[in-house]
Ligand binder design. Structure first.
Ligand code: SF4
Ligand code: F3S
Length: 104
C-alpha cells in the first residue's frame, strides 16, 4: 500500500485525490490519509504530490505512518475530488516536524 506522510500536513494540495482510481483518500482537518486496505498499490498518486508526501509503505520512514493512515481512514470522510489547497500551503511545504507542531 501507499501512505500519506508528514509532508502533507497543512499543505493538503489534494492533487493525489484526482488521480486515484479507487478513491481511497480520506480527509482530516490538515492532512489526507490513504485507506491501506482499499489502496490497490498502483503508485499513480505518488509522483502527483507537490509536497512529496506519498510513499510506499516499504519506503524508508513510511512504516510509522501506516498505522496512522489505517486508523484515521476509518474515521475521516472520503474525499473524491480535488479541493483548493490552503492559502498558506506553500509556507508549510518542506517544514520539519509538522506532526508535532500542527497535527490535529
Ligand atoms: Fe490510490 Fe493508487 Fe495511490 Fe493507492 S497507490 S492511493 S490506489 S492512486
Ligand atoms: Fe497531501 Fe500531497 Fe495529497 S500534500 S493532499 S498527499 S497531493
Amino acid at each position: 500500500t501507499y501512505v500519506v506522510t508528514e509532508s502533507c500536513i497543512k499543505c493538503k494540495y489534494t492533487d493525489c485525490v484526482e488521480v486515484c482510481p479507487v478513491d481511497c483518500f480520506y480527509e482530516g482537518e490538515n492532512m489526507l490519509v490513504i485507506h491501506p486496505d482499499e489502496c490497490i498499490d498502483c503508485g499513480v498518486c505518488e509522483p502527483e504530490c507537490p509536497a512529496d508526501a506519498i510513499l510506499a509503505d516499504t519506503d524508508q520512514g513510511a512504516e510509522a505512518w501506516l498505522e496512522l493512515n489505517r486508523n484515521f481512514s476509518a474515521n475521516w470522510p472520503n474525499i473524491i475530488q480535488q479541493g483548493e489547497a490552503p492559502a498558506d500551503a506553500a509556507d508549510y511545504d518542506g517544514v520539519e516536524n509538522k506532526f508535532d507542531k500542527y497535527f490535529s
